[in-house]
Design a protein around this ligand. Structure first.
Ligand code: F6R
Length: 589
């Protein structure tokens, strides 16, 4: 969370910093700021709110600068807590969390130093000032050694006007060389025009001075390989769509098609196949939407391969001293590949002897460094904070893996069953405008419930998460059979309940729950591939899905639910791409 950027070179820094921050805004957007160096001093411009509030900062003079877009952790979103933070000769931007900032702050205050913000980050500037005796890199190393937690840092020192210093631990940081100078950024799109890009690894430092970039590890200067060249096309544009979320939903068919595993062509398949043959037990660790794709995968894997699967929220797994029996395969699922909890869970599982396969959408992300094997979803960059196409892509890949595992275990599983999914998703998408008419029904509700059984429960959970995160309506996903054990008490006249029903064998059971809701005045929207239930008297409205292999149906049934969330968010006057309090990449605990 938080996006950072830095530039040093021939051009004015401020416009470049602001342009880069706009491309990093998905990482946080509650305040923003830049600092440049001009005529022996720093100029700092910060504002509460989005990067667009920095308009006035474009005129800041100077060829070297740093910038930040914030997702608040310590200290309220305010101008005072916005980055950059300055102390003494130093000014810096920080992404991450300094867990021991309170004792460090006390130590600095004990020396009589005064703090200007409530953030954990400001303490870094104080430590730099304390440790600097003319060698900024040495001061940065000493400072880093005092910090517990995570950081990606871009630092300027008044004594070296054109030099940027960078450091990384557990928060992503890219360094780039362009035609006009050198850059630091949290993510590639911010500096996609650079001709050479380098990924900074944990424990590494960089010093940028105009065109000259040097990298350092603990032991001294190091050489680094460049990442593959990034084309301009990697800078996402909304095109004809009103929002990234809508655009990304329309990219679902391609995301599914590209993410279905073609094991014949996958160069690491033979190695993975050996792992699959030896797998006795699978633990899926993930957060949020990725956790929901894990639940869908559990259904498919257990049904097809008869291998037991547990799905655990990564933040719970990492603190529970998990049991890792021989033959454990851990699937760490993360769109961004940077989610701190998922990384920590995968690291723990690996240290206990599990084989770790990362399922991620981002090449070169942190999770690719620590996993034994990596399987890439090929959804393309996802910008909207609410995940859509990446979820469908995860399902496509995990379903393919279920088929591969079943075959490795000598079970019958036909990969051909997966082939129709892209075209079917296209059909579903074509109907999603219906949700425009459903959205007004939710507008004034106190709460919305999503129910489903078996594989449908996963779609219910994901539909509910989408709705709450971008419409801000309280919403819950429930196993349909569990409703009567408590939550039904909350259903009264007009309460919207979305029921997902695609599992033929469970249809009557789910319809019982639908009838119980309707009998209490609840208004049921039924999302189903079974047309016979659309006209059921307990159903208020329905959305008919095309028939598909039942086990894989969440990949389709979630699409109208994503659309429902989108249109409800719009109807409530929200920005669906940038929900309040959230950010795309959760690199803090
Ligand atoms: C919800 C959403 C989040 C993410 C979660 C994990 O729409 O996007 O719940 O799914 O923060 O992120 P990744 O997959 O990047 O690890």
């Amino acid at each position: 969370m938080c996006g950072i950027i830095g530039y040093t070179g021939k051009e004015q820094a401020a416009p470049k910093l602001i342009c880069g921050l706009k491309r990093l805004e998905y990482r946080g957007y509650d305040s923003a700021g830049i600092a440049t160096f001009h005529r022996d001093d720093f100029s700092v411009f910060k504002r509460k709110g989005r990067v667009s509030e920095l308009k006035g900062g474009e005129t800041l003079q100077g060829n070297c600068g740093i910038g930040h877009t914030r997702w608040a952790t310590h200290g309220a979103p305010s101008e005072r807590n916005a980055h950059p933070h300055a102390f003494g000769r130093f000014v810096l931007v920080h992404n991450g969390i300094i867990e021991n900032y309170l004792p460090l702050r006390k130590e600095c205050e004990g020396r009589g130093e005064v703090f200007a913000s409530e953030t954990d980050s400001e303490v870094i500037a104080h430590l730099l000032e304390y440790y600097d005796s003319g060698d900024v890199l040495a001061a940065l190393k000493k400072t880093a050694a005092r910090l517990t937690g995570s950081f990606a840092l871009a630092v300027m020192c008044r004594d070296e006007p054109n030099v940027l210093y960078a450091a990384r631990r557990k928060s992503p940081l890219i360094v780039g060389r362009g035609k006009d100078g050198s850059y630091i950024a949290s993510d590639v799109p911010a500096i996609a025009e650079c001709e050479e890009l380098y990924t900074l690894r944990d424990g590494e430092f960089a010093v940028l001075d105009g065109d000259n970039i040097r990298f350092y590890g603990e032991e001294g200067e190091i050489k680094k390989e460049t990442m593959k060249l990034v084309s301009k096309a990697d800078v996402p544009e909304k095109g004809e769509y009103a929002h990234f979320m809508l655009k990304e939903m329309h990219e679902i068919p391609a995301a599914i098609a590209n993410s279905l595993l073609d094991f014949e062509e996958n160069s690491c398949f033979s190695a993975i196949n050996i792992v699959l043959c030896q797998t006795e037990y699978i633990e899926i660790v993930a957060c949020g939407t990725a956790y929901h794709s894990g639940i869908a995968a559990k259904h498919a894997i257990e049904a097809l391969a008869r291998v037991p699967v547990e799905v655990t929220v990564a933040s719970e797994y990492r603190y529970r001293d998990p049991i890792v029996p021989k033959g454990t395969l851990v699937l760490a699922v993360s769109q961004s590949g940077e989610t701190a909890d998922t990384l920590a869970a995968a690291e723990l599982a690996k240290s206990k002897g599990a084989t770790v396969i990362a399922v991620t959408n981002v090449p070169d992300s942190s999770i690719t460094q620590l996993a034994h094997f990596v399987l890439f979803t090929r959804a393309g960059r996802e910008v909207a904070v609410a995940a859509t196409k990446s979820f469908n892509a995860q399902l496509a890949l995990l379903y393919s893996l279920a088929v591969a595992l079943a075959r490795a275990k000598g079970k019958r599983a036909d990969p051909e069953l997966l082939r129709p999914l892209p075209a079917l998703s296209e059909q579903v998408l074509a109907e999603t405008e219906q949700m425009k008419e459903v959205a007004p029904l939710l507008l004034d509700s106190r709460s919305v419930y999503f129910i489903g059984r078996g594989a449908d429960y996963c779609a219910a959970l994901e539909g509910s998460l989408k709705l709450k995160e971008i419409s801000y309506l309280p919403s819950e996903g429930y196993p349909a059979g569990e409703l009567k054990h408590g939550t039904l008490a909350l259903v009264d006249e007009g309460t919207p309940v979305v029921a997902v029903l695609t599992q033929h064998a469970l249809a009557e059971k789910t319809m019982n729950a639908v009838s119980e809701v309707s009998a209490r005045g609840g208004k049921v929207l039924l999302v189903t591939n079974l047309p016979e239930y659309c006209s059921h008297r307990s159903v208020f409205r329905s959305f008919l899905l095309p028939p598909c292999e039942e086990l894989f149906s969440p990949i389709l049934s979630v699409i109208p639910l994503q659309a429902l969330a989108y249109y409800t968010s719009l109807a409530r006057g929200n920005d669906p791409d940038k929900p309040r309090n959230l950010a795309k990449s959760v690199t803090v605990e």
